[in-house]
Design a binder for this molecule. Structure first.
Ligand SMILES: Nc1ncnc2c1ncn2[C@@H]1O[C@H](COP(=O)(O)OP(=O)(O)OP(=O)(O)O)[C@@H](O)[C@H]1O
Length: 214
């Protein structure tokens, strides 16, 4: 694909004698969303971790705009926003301070305006002065998502972003991901929510026993 933003070729990952991923290929173009679906334990999170460089594949490669993909590299981090389950927050920074830090550290112009906009959108304005430990689990999920949406990005990689969101939150997330596509960004979405996947994704990669591209 000429305009592929993310290119994944032949990712294989074994744990001991178990092969979790066997030669997975996928592409995400600018303005496109690709879903990754499959049952629990089928390797979806492992695939995302191998792609972003948080785990090391036994073989295969991922590139972002032609550069080998590894979120430890500054030139990759500049273009990549990742939302996974294991996000930690600084215990002594409030919601708004987190978002402000994230936006400024990633060189976002107009950080204050963007942070205020995302805070309102994501429904965290009322708790913007609170510490992460005082948030509900759904609010912490919203903060993790907001952290991705305040920073510059070419590609969003999301692992079950709908987890712990209420119905309105999932609706908002879908609208936001459609807007990402409209802005020319790529989205790689692992999800167990078929309605969200159907609404947002142009293509779906299936992992697990019934694996086949859909
Ligand atoms: N570090 C590890 N060491 C050993 N096995 C692992 C490791 N990480 C993942 N696995 C195994 O790899 C398989 C795939 O796990 P993974 O978390 O990628 O699944 P998943 O498709 O994301 O599942 P879920 O839908 O439950 O989130 C599981 O059987 C898991 O036990």
């Amino acid at each position: 694909m000429d305009d592929a933003l993310l290119t994944v070729r032949g990712i294989t990952r074994r744990f001991g004698d178990r092969t979790i991923l066997s030669g997975v290929d996928l592409d995400v173009a600018a303005g496109e969303a690709v879903g990754v679906v499959g049952p629990n334990g089928s390797g979806k999170s492992t695939l995302l971790r191998c792609i972003v460089g948080a785990d090391e594949a036994d073989s295969g490669e991922a590139t972002l705009a032609g550069r080998v993909f590894d979120e430890r590299l500054p030139e990759i981090r500049r273009d990549l926003a990742v939302v996974m389950d294991d996000i930690d927050f600084f215990p002594d920074l409030s919601v708004v301070e987190h978002l402000d830090l994230m936006a400024r550290a990633h060189g976002q112009p107009d950080a204050e305006e963007i942070v205020n906009g995302v805070l309102a959108e994501v429904g965290l304005m009322e708790v913007s002065g609170q510490l992460p430990s005082t948030l509900s689990s759904g609010q912490r999920r919203r903060l993790a998502l907001a952290s991705a949406f305040v920073r510059p990005r070419l590609l969003l990689v999301l692992d079950e972003p709908e987890a712990r969101l209420d119905v309105d939150g999932v609706q908002w997330l879908g609208t936001k991901l459609l807007a990402e596509k409209a802005a020319g960004r790529g989205v790689l979405l692992v999800s167990h929510d078929p309605v969200l996947v159907d609404r947002v994704c142009d293509r779906v990669v299936r992992l697990g026993p019934d694996a086949a591209d859909g």
